[in-house]
Design a protein around this ligand. Structure first.
Ligand code: SF4
Length: 434
């Protein structure tokens, strides 16, 4: 369930059912205005809704005024240990301030920051980290780290409520994926405030992306989490943004730009798929609509599994085919597949997002597909068809007959299918070889 409460960070709604907000953090020295602004613009272009900057020194707090003024997206000031910097960040116009009340110097100093945040209408992100829980929770942390994390977060929330402050979101950071999942699930049951999700110190681009996808993806699939940050050990903060978007797109929580589908390849692959997929991915970055583009490594299975794609290509050694919504558009030399794919996409835009099919070219492509498709292959789609058909005897017999018939029409290898009963999902249940 999404959080009940909603806050606004520089006009961006977080929580209360608003779309999940993507944020990241700059890796530059904040006071280095040129480098910081360059990175902020890069992450904004990559799709960050919000960006956080570290404010560990006076000069960083001073730089905030310019950063807030010039940034295309709202700025969150990240403060640890020093409540004076938090006050300065609020005065500088930061759209949100992140602090952990447990490390800011005591309740009086927290109260001072809250007082100014109330006056200026500045929201806060308050939270706890698994590495710095209050002393009285240390034993509990040892016995039950999830409960300790949640208790610390609830205590922080209670402190905010005692100070009559509700303009905040909450984060609980842990390096452990299972603990991140369990603690956020528990906390979401207990408080109505928006949740910031992240797996702290997740790791390199590869492992960190996977950990974040598993941890945050699990929570988001449950409807838990209102804003996410992917923490990756890379200077390129835009990589964090791209991963965040892939997670949200995969869960269909938000749409942004095209979706690329590519087969995993196998021994049937007949062209340089790696290069083609990378090139298609690179060129798709220039498009904003959530069009679905599919790349299949061969036509042996037909295009059934990519039937829903707005556009797709499949290739063989020398020739390939471009299709749209499961219907062939044209046959082209493999070397021209990518260029021709993008010509078709641009033609679709020029025609007001409509497919303009050349019937002759489509017929030629269909014939090529029939030559290259192996309709005796037991593809997942055909297995599903068999399963469905198995519900009705006659239909099942028809499907089976067509699978077992000598493959003169359209079969690539010209032989009848060898049904492996041990491997078949329907083996021993419906069919006999007779
Ligand atoms: S589309 Fe062809 S190359 Fe790709 S995984 Fe399927 S059978 Fe293999």
């Amino acid at each position: 369930m999404a959080s009940e409460r909603q806050i606004l960070v520089g006009g961006v709604p977080i929580g209360g059912g608003a779309p999940v907000v993507v944020q990241t953090m700059t890796k530059t020295e904040t006071a280095n205005l040129q480098a910081t602004m360059e990175q902020i613009r890069t992450v904004a272009e990559a799709g960050a809704d919000l960006v956080r900057v570290a404010v560990p020194r006076e000069q960083d707090a001073e730089a905030l005024r310019t950063i807030v003024r010039d940034s295309p997206i709202p700025i969150i000031a990240d403060i640890h240990f020093n409540h004076t910097l938090a006050l300065k960040a609020i005065e500088a116009g930061a759209h949100c301030v992140r602090l952990n009340p447990g490390n800011i110097g005591g309740p009086e100093k927290v109260a001072e920051v809250i007082e100014l945040a109330k006056q200026k209408g500045t929201p806060l992100r308050v939270g706890v980290n698994s590495g710095s829980l209050p002393k009285h929770l240390r034993q509990l942390e040892y016995d039950n780290p999830v409960e300790a994390l949640v208790s610390a977060a609830v205590e922080t929330v209670e402190l905010m409520e005692r100070l009559d402050f509700a303009n905040f979101k909450v984060s609980m950071k842990s390096t452990s994926v299972p603990n991140t999942i369990a603690s956020n699930r528990m906390l979401a049951e207990k408080i109505p405030y928006p949740l910031h999700l992240g797996v702290t110190e997740a790791g390199t681009k590869w492992s960190g992306s996977l950990k974040s996808a598993v941890g945050l993806g699990t929570l988001l699939a449950d409807g838990i989490g209102d804003t996410i940050r992917i923490s990756l050990s890379t200077f390129h903060a835009e990589e964090e943004v791209k991963v965040a978007w892939e997670i949200l797109k995969a869960l269909k929580l938000r749409e942004k730009g095209p979706v690329l589908i590519a087969c995993p390849t196998c021994g049937r692959l007949q062209f340089d798929m790696d290069t083609v997929v990378a090139e298609v991915e690179r060129r798709l970055e220039a498009y904003e609509d959530p069009i679905e583009v599919s790349v299949l490594g061969c036509a042996v299975n037909g295009i059934g599994e990519a039937r829903h794609a707005d556009f797709g290509i499949t290739g063989a050694k020398d020739m390939g085919m471009i299709y749209s919504k499961g219907e062939p558009l044209k046959k082209v030399p493999t070397a021209e597949l990518v260029d021709e794919l993008f010509k078709e996409i641009d033609r679709w835009y020029a025609a007001g997002k409509k497919i303009e099919r050349d019937d002759d070219a489509a017929a030629e492509a269909r014939a090529w597909l029939e030559e290259n498709e192996d309709d005796t292959q037991m593809t997942p789609e055909r297995m599903a068809a068999l399963e469905a058909a198995a519900a009705e005897d006659e239909a099942a017999d028809e499907v089976l007959e067509s699978m077992l018939a000598p493959a003169g029409n359209g079969s690539a290898n010209g032989s009848a299918v060898q049904l492996d009963e041990a491997a078949s999902p329907v083996a021993g249940r419906r069919f006999s070889r007779g």
